[in-house]
Design a protein around this ligand. Sequence first.
Ligand code: PGA
Length: 244
Amino acid sequence: MKETILVANWKLNKTKTEIEGWFDKLGLLTLNPKSPLTVEVCPPLPYLELASLLIGRLHLSTHVKFLLGAQNVSQFDKGEYTGEVSAWQLKDLGVKTVIIGHSERRRFLNETDKEIAQKAANLWNQGLETILCVSQIEQVVSFKNLLPKDHPSTSRLLVAFEPIFAIGSGQADTPKDAQKMALEIKKVLGENIKVLYGGSVNSQNVVDFVSQPNISGCLIGTASLKATEFSKIIKRMALLPNLS
Ligand code: PGA
């Protein structure tokens, strides 16, 4: 049975009160998913502990699994790196999954492929799941080539295909394109790699993406901010019959 994964990427948004309100509304969901569904919530770093607490309290009459995620991690491990947060600290806070290489970080913070590969290796050393964001196949090839030679494995790797034009624009790519790219990604990294699609996903189009045979879920920015819209997305997923 195909497990579907929804990742809520809040980016640089939300106050403490807004986060509490979001979880209160999500707590009203009552579902009985027909296929396994995992929802990974990635708040800004300062709210990880609060989100962890609220995820723990989230009492749904459902089998939906909620996990705590982070939007970034340091390429460094420990020591004199002011302002950085490392993989083992995220793990210590209950984080299970971490987004790396988001196009906004590549663009606004000049993050390089080499740094991104190092971040992945640090996360795997801590046993954390890693969501690598890419907008082109070249980034996947470069990531693979730059991984430290002794990296543990890619078994905890998910790749999110996010075309730049689709991010935050309201203009999603076509499910067909996403499926095509998923196959290319698997050709480079292996058949077992799970591929997500991201870029203007909402409650209207999410089913079209996850119904593609090689798309395992979606990375959702704007539409994850409003609890009502995100609840609708979760409901759509939960009501789908087995997608295998
Ligand atoms: P969007 O963002 O859903 O607002 O397009 C997706 C992302 O950047 O991860």
